[in-house]
Each structure stands twice: as C-alpha cells, then as structure tokens.
Ligand binder design. Structure first.
Ligand code: ATP
Ligand code: MG
Length: 443
C-alpha cells in the first residue's frame, strides 16, 4: 500500500475522469515500497500530450519533453512529470531511441524501463502493476535488467552506470546475468556524454553503500575512468598501508562526508601512486611525489568529465595537499588559514581523517587531526588575524605614510606574516609603528 501525496493522486483522478488510464511509476514506487521517501513523483498515462493539455487546461504545464510524451505539471507539492505510455524504437547510437512510439498499455510502457525494481506502477484503486517481478527483487535486494540484459545495455549504455549507482544508493546486489552483461557491454559507454557519466559517478560516490559499488564493480569503473585503472590491485608494499591503492581510496571515500567534491577528492587523492611507485632494497614500496603527479592526472580526468573550474580547483587542492602536514600549533594553523582559507582547511581535515581511517593502520592520526580541528576552531573563535582583510590597517594607511606601488602590497603581506607569527598585535597603533620602524630601517 502506497500513500500518495495529494498532487499525484489528484492528477490521476483528473486524467481518469477524462477516460485516460494513469499510474504513478518508476523510482517513486520503488522508494515507497522500500519505505523510503520518494524525491519526486512521476506519472504515466494513456493520454497523449495534447490530451493532457486539455485535461489540465488552465494549470501551469511545462513542455519538458513533448517529443517523448512528457509534460510537467507544476503543483503546490512541486513539479509532477507526466509521460504518455510509450515504447522506445531502436537505439542506433547506444544512447537515444531513434523514435518513440506511444503504446496502449502500462505493461508495454514498463517493458522499456531498465531495472525490474524501477519497472513497477501503482494505482490507488488497482494497486501494484508488476509484470517483471520487481517487488520480489526489491525484497531480495536485487538489481535485475528487464528482459535481455545485453540488449538493454546495448540500447542505452548509461543504464550500466545507473545500475552501479543503484548498488551504491540502495546497497542491492546485481543479479549475475545482469552483471555479466554490464561487463560485456561496457565499451558502449564510449557513446555516452561525459556529463551524464559524471552525474552517475557522482551519485555512486555519494551513496550510502559506495564501498560495495566501488569494490564490487571496480572493473566497470576502471573502464570509464581509465586514469584510475592502475590503482586497482596496486599493492602498496608498505607496513603503513593495509590495502591496495584502490581499496584504500574507496575506504577514504566512505569516510568523508557525502558531498560530491569531497568524495571525488577522496577517490582521486592517491591516483598518482601507481605511476610513482618504487620498491627499495628491503622490498618496501614508496610513492615519492605522488600528490603532484596525482594532481596532473586528476586535472585531466576532471576536465574530461566537464567539472566546473571552481569544483576542479577545490578537488585539485585537496589532491595536491593531502599529504602535507596541517601544522599543530596555533601559529602554523594561522599560516595555513592565511594561505588557503577556512573552507579549504576544513576540506583538508575531512580528507585527512578519511585518509587516516582508510589506511587502517594509524588510529592515533585521528586524534591528532581532531586536535588540529580544535586549534582551528580556537583560532577562528579568537578572531585571530589570518587574512589581509582582517588586518587593522589597509593600503590607504600605508599610502598616507608615503609608500606607493608594489611596496604597499609587500608591506601589508609582511604585516600579516608578523601578526600571524605573533611578532606584533593586530592593532592600528602597533602595526603603524612597525611600518614606520621598517621604513626608517630600524628593523
Ligand atoms: P532516481 O530518481 O532516484 O535517480 P529513478 O529510478 O526514479 O531513480 P529516473 O531517472 O527518475 O530514475 O527515472 C524514472 C524511471 O524511468 C526509472 O525508474 C526507470 O523506470 C525509467 N528510466 C530512467 N532512465 C532510464 C533509462 N536510461 N533506461 C530505461 N529506463 C529508464
Ligand atoms: Mg526518479
């Protein structure tokens, strides 16, 4: 039994009052049946788009995909996507159906959907429509392609990555024949736009069961992220590391907050290791220079996946600096804050904690990071000065004293360093006295 919110329930009533069979369908049915709150409600109906327009005349309707039979009804509960029962034609390009055929029945419509758990429909009076055993699979925690899995992944390879994402979000297992077909058809992902790949991968990284997806389907991920494939199975040969580079990174992923930039940074932080690996005479592995090498690899990967410049910069800073100590004195914390700002400092703390837990060998590192976090909070609470903006004097003050050109900026920077290092108080009087002394050459 699914309790429908008002908006979809009313929309179904209105469409059916006009003679068009209608259902809620797809992810919202799956999520309701597993006791989760759906993030949106989708309807499918026998009505064609022009017939939907007639039923909802006077309402706010958006033309979001008329050629595919989809209109979006704006309701008080949010947008409602309504799609005509349809079957997809052939897929020549491995991603988009060549044509869409409107079909008569809900069963035909469910047949075009990718996984059985998403190929169920629900109606307040008629109940569940489940021709592919979706409910059984949901109860068993199984992801199974609707129909012939090879054909389904060949039609639209994005489904391979949707399945990986659902493993991560739902914690389900992929049914063996479906998993085998994902692997056989993985090269079809070459046809899929980088942005779509990126969206699915980000969803995968942020899922509750990310580790299960990333370890269980590592080879599929290695195909779409070839830059990272050498991490898989890369033995670290080092007593500080219990896991391979890939497994260590995956464990770091699950330890950082489920925020896309942090999860990507955790996945990428050690991607430079395979290329930098050396083994010394004692047989111990070393990875000199891997943060810098990793930055270069990550930069290319993030550009290829069309990340925004801001996200890329944020992730690359983390990759490049993940191994550098944050400093364990208030002075070092202030210096670092001054260099990278509070937000990046907190990012680094999160990544370093994930990295430490992911290593599985250094529990004491966590306590040390917590101490640094406390230092950071203290520095911020004391409103200690760590940026030019917070300095009690500005460029105009220095100009008034007779400085000009680049000397102004250099002096401000020197004042900030002196403040951070505790050599001078951040007050106007003290700072101006220091400027005069420096200008007179007395210090
Ligand atoms: P979520 O919204 O949580 O990502 P979802 O299953 O609802 O998951 P949507 O992208 O909202 O995914 O799609 C709604 C429904 O449409 C799915 O449940 C599925 O039945 C079908 N669907 C979506 N994308 C595809 C696809 N690429 N191939 C086949 N069916 C699809
Ligand atoms: Mg959905």
């Amino acid at each position: 039994m699914i309790a429908l919110p008002d908006a979809p329930a009313r929309a179904i009533e209105r469409l059916e009052a006009a003679g068009y069979e209608s259902w809620v369908v797809g992810g919202c049915v799956r999520d309701s049946l597993r006791g989760a709150q759906p993030h949106d409600w989708d309807l499918c109906t026998a009505a064609r788009p022009d017939e939907m327009r007639a039923v909802f005349a006077g309402e706010r309707l958006l033309e979001t995909g008329v050629q595919h039979g989809t209109l979006t009804l704006l309701t008080a509960d949010g947008p409602l996507e309504i799609t005509t029962f349809r079957a997809d034609g052939a897929y020549a390009d491995g991603r988009h159906p060549d044509g869409v055929r409107f079909v008569g029945s809900i069963e035909d419509d469910l047949a075009r959907r990718d996984l059985t758990v998403g190929a169920m429909a629900w109606h307040p009076q008629r109940g569940l429509c489940d021709p592919y055993g979706g409910l059984d699979d949901l109860q068993e925690g199984v992801l199974r392609a609707v129909g012939d899995p090879d054909a389904r992944f060949r039609e639209d390879a994005l489904r391979i990555l949707r399945t990986v994402r659902f493993v991560s979000q739902l914690g389900f297992a992929v049914e063996p024949a479906t998993a085998a077909a994902m692997r056989r058809q993985v090269a079809r992902l070459d046809c899929v736009a980088a942005e779509r790949v990126c969206t699915e991968l980000t969803g995968t990284l942020c899922g509750r069961f990310a580790r299960r997806a990333l370890l269980g389907l590592a080879d599929v991920l290695g195909y779409v992220l070839p830059e990272l494939a050498p991490m898989i199975g890369c033995d670290q040969r080092n007593r500080h590391h219990r896991y391979t580079v890939w497994e260590h990174s995956v464990r770091a992923v699950e330890q950082v907050p489920a925020e896309p930039a942090l999860r990507w940074a955790a996945l990428l932080h050690d991607c430079g290791k395979p290329a930098c690996k050396t083994i010394d005479e004692q047989g111990v592995g070393h990875f000199y220079g891997h943060p810098k090498a990793g930055r270069a690899i990550a930069d290319e990967l993030l550009r290829r996946l069309r990340f925004s410049g801001a996200d890329r910069d944020r992730i690359l800073l983390l990759v490049e600096q993940h191994d550098r100590p944050l400093g364990d004195t208030a002075q070092l914390v202030r210096r670092r804050l001054s260099a990278i700002g509070e937000a990046r400092f907190r990012d680094l703390l999160a990544l370093k904690k994930g990295d430490a837990v992911g290593q599985g060998t250094h529990p004491e590192a966590i306590a040390a990071l917590q101490a640094i976090e406390q230092q950071l909070n203290d520095v911020l609470a004391a409103q200690a000065c760590f940026s030019l903006r917070q300095l009690a004097v500005d460029g105009d003050d220095l100009t008034a004293l007779g400085l000009s050109g680049p000397a102004v900026g250099e002096m401000l920077r020197a004042l900030l360093d002196a403040t951070i290092d505790g050599q001078v108080d951040n007050t106007r009087t003290a700072l101006l006295a220091l400027v005069r002394a420096r200008m007179e050459g007395t210090i």
